[in-house]
Design a binder for this molecule. Structure first.
Ligand SMILES: Nc1nc2c(ncn2[C@@H]2O[C@H](COP(=O)(O)OP(=O)(O)O)[C@@H](O)[C@H]2O)c(=O)[nH]1
Ligand SMILES: [Mg+2]
Length: 606
């Protein structure tokens, strides 16, 4: 489902246009009737062929009601930017247009309204002006439709443009993490507490347990309505009314966010990307601002993060007066305190600004090109250096599957390493590896905890990395304590051992067969070389030089780039080994935990 929303200067005919499109008068408040002016957001819906019932939101154009305008415009999929033919593009048209862009509204249709009040030449000039203003923005080339709500001229053409533009929208994301910013609260006689809002990012069902912040409230969904029909399930991107049990209407208000599973971070300070509307909307460092996000608004101070000069966009911290809730990638609008003037807007990069990570953040900013979800994930992992998968799932608005896909793409590019349930930034992994190796070298016989303390690395990460350290370095483990071996292959080994290594290297895939060696001392040397990690034992008797083993292992694991599972003959082809060596080699790779058997095939262990 999709949500359409109007925007534009006051008196340009937005509310009248919605009446003409839907038959619904959105100016429902007595004060709105009296002053003939939209003060609060209004709601309607229309049947669009092929799309069913589409929600329509009307917003106030008056600059005094910016908060309400943003509360209506967030979550809109298709914007109708209304420009009166007799008045042209006005300051509020410009502001609203920029707000749509800042909030990431995907498409717009520009509507030249009140064509009955202007002559053909004037309409032509306005049309030309509108197209020119759209050029070079996210909405370049948007449809421009001329209508008169009074005569009905152009209304059918507008309906067709709406259908055409809805068809071009990308699919509404369903990340199974639904949320709804509350815009209205009722205490209904028959039902109890009812909240309304635009449902995004997932579906909700009857009986779902939901949480509401700020306030730390929890409730259960008793009944779901959309456009006055009861539904068993609420779908994303539609106006939704939720009848809740377990929360009283008095505890609820516009600006609270309702969600099912946690991915909003409670925060008093964020790191964000800020874009100013225009040069004259400069924000002084440390200035008081008001941040409008969803239907919420909160005051705070904006502090420039890096010396980006006067250029916009720039990176900044926002310190809020009170804690509130956000997620990476969430768009917002910045207004002057009191919400009288729109200054700019931006996007949350990190919902929990931590001064200790300042240097990592600074360096990590270079990861951003388009501020995609994947870049945001990479940035979080980079600044934290490591994070548990579970924590990342609870921080991002994407589904677990999407996050896993992003992680595998990031790990494919080397930006992150995934070890079990941990995700480690690529550079942090290398540094940790270096620190562990230095520590083990300098202090013989430390246990894992002591290694992590000495290396200054998280205990759990260190424990996870030890087997990987051992794989690539001569580190032996005895009874939970780590020992640096006699050195690398080229250092300090006895002549006998060096000869064995040389022989093993020359033998390549033939390896060396301990069973064929009569000499006890050679057998002992081989066993020691194995414990140093310089030789790799395939089975009881065959051992490979570690670099030979590495080479075969890489070739075999490389097969998984083009297939899900590999057969013996696949492995045979890529290694050129006979079964005699190939089977023990595959068994060794299996013991290393990289593959497992599935019938006659080997599949990759994730
Ligand atoms: N002549 C004419 N007047 C219109 C038209 N559309 C709206 N109006 C009038 O313009 C005024 C403002 O309209 P309204 O819909 O409240 O504008 P909004 O502030 O953008 O919502 C009202 O008096 C409307 O009757 C139109 O197409 N033709
Ligand atoms: Mg209006």
């Amino acid at each position: 489902m999709y949500v359409i929303g109007t925007s534009g200067h006051i008196d340009h005919g937005k509310t009248t246009l919605i009446l003409a499109l839907t038959g619904i008068d959105c100016d429902r408040l007595p004060e709105e009737k009296e002053r003939q002016m939209t003060i609060d957001i209004g709601f309607a819906s229309m049947e669009v062929p092929g799309f069913g019932e589409v929600s329509v939101i009307d917003v106030p154009g008056h600059e005094r009601f910016i908060r309400n305008m943003v509360a209506g415009a967030w979550g809109v999929d298709l914007g109708l930017l209304v420009i009166a033919a007799d008045d042209g593009w006005m300051p509020q048209t410009e502001d609203h247009f920029r707000v749509l862009e800042l909030l990431g509204v995907e498409r717009i249709v520009a509507v030249i309204s009140k064509t009955d009040l202007a002559d053909a030449d004037t309409i032509e000039i306005v049309d030309h002006d509108v197209r020119e203003r759209l050029a070079g923005t996210a909405y370049e080339g948007a449809d421009v439709v001329r209508v008169s709500a009074k005569t009905g001229e152009g209304i059918e053409a507008l309906k067709r443009a709406i259908t055409g533009n809805l068809a071009k929208l990308s699919r509404v994301p369903d990340n199974d993490k639904p949320f709804l910013y509350i815009d209205r609260v009722f205490a209904s006689r028959g039902y109890g507490t009812v909240v309304t809002g635009t449902l995004k990012n997932g579906s909700v069902a009857e009986n779902d347990q939901v949480y509401i912040q700020p306030g730390g409230l929890a409730g259960r969904i008793k009944r779901i309505e959309s456009h006055h029909s009861a539904l068993a399930q609420g779908s994303p991107s539609s106006r939704t009314a939720l009848n809740l049990s377990g929360v009283a209407a008095q505890e609820l208000r516009r600006g609270q966010v309702l969600y099912r599973q946690k991915f909003f971070t409670e925060t008093a300070e964020i790191l964000c990307r800020v874009r100013l509307l225009a040069k004259d909307r400069e924000i002084k460092n440390n200035a008081e601002i008001e941040v409008l996000i969803g239907t919420a608004g909160e005051k705070g101070r904006l502090i420039r993060f890096s010396d980006s000069g006067d250029r916009s966009p720039f990176t900044a911290r926002i310190k809020f007066r009170r804690v509130w809730y956000s997620f990476p990638g969430q768009p917002f609008v910045i207004a002057s305190p009191g919400g009288f003037r729109i200054i700019g807007g931006g996007m949350v990069l990190l919902p929990d600004y931590d001064p200790k990570l300042r240097d990592r953040m600074k360096t990590g900013l270079s990861l951003f090109r388009s501020c995609s979800a994947e870049e945001l994930a990479a940035f979080i992992i980079f600044t934290r250096q490591w994070i548990k998968k579970q924590e990342l799932y609870g921080m991002l608005a994407q589904s677990k599957e999407r996050i896993d896909a992003m992680l595998s793409s990031l790990s494919g590019g080397g930006a992150v390493r995934i070890i079990g349930e941990h995700i480690i930034a690529g550079d942090a992994y290398n540094n940790a590896m270096g620190a562990i190796v230095r520590t083990v070298k300098d202090h013989q016989g430390l246990n894992a905890r002591e290694v992590s303390d000495n290396a200054g690395i998280d205990d759990e990460v260190c424990r996870l990395m030890m087997p990987l350290v051992q794989e690539s370095h001569p580190v032996a483990a005895r009874e939970g304590r780590y020992f640096w071996g006699e050195g690398r292959a080229d250092e300090g080994l006895s002549e006998g051992k060096r000869n064995i290594l040389e022989e093993a290297l020359k033998a390549g895939g033939g390896g060396i067969d301990i069973g064929k060696t009569p000499k006890e001392s050679t057998k002992r040397d081989v066993r020691e070389l194995i414990s140093l990690g310089l030789l790799v034992s395939l089975d009881g008797t065959i051992a490979y030089h570690s670099s030979v083993y590495e080479d075969f292992r890489k070739r075999i694991m490389g097969l998984f780039e083009t297939r899900e599972k590999i057969s013996i003959s696949d492995a045979k082809q890529i290694t050129g080994l006979s079964r005699k060596y190939l089977i023990p080699l595959l068994n060794r790779i299996e013991r290393d935990g990289l593959v497992r058997r599935l019938g006659d095939f080997r599949i990759k262990v994730k």
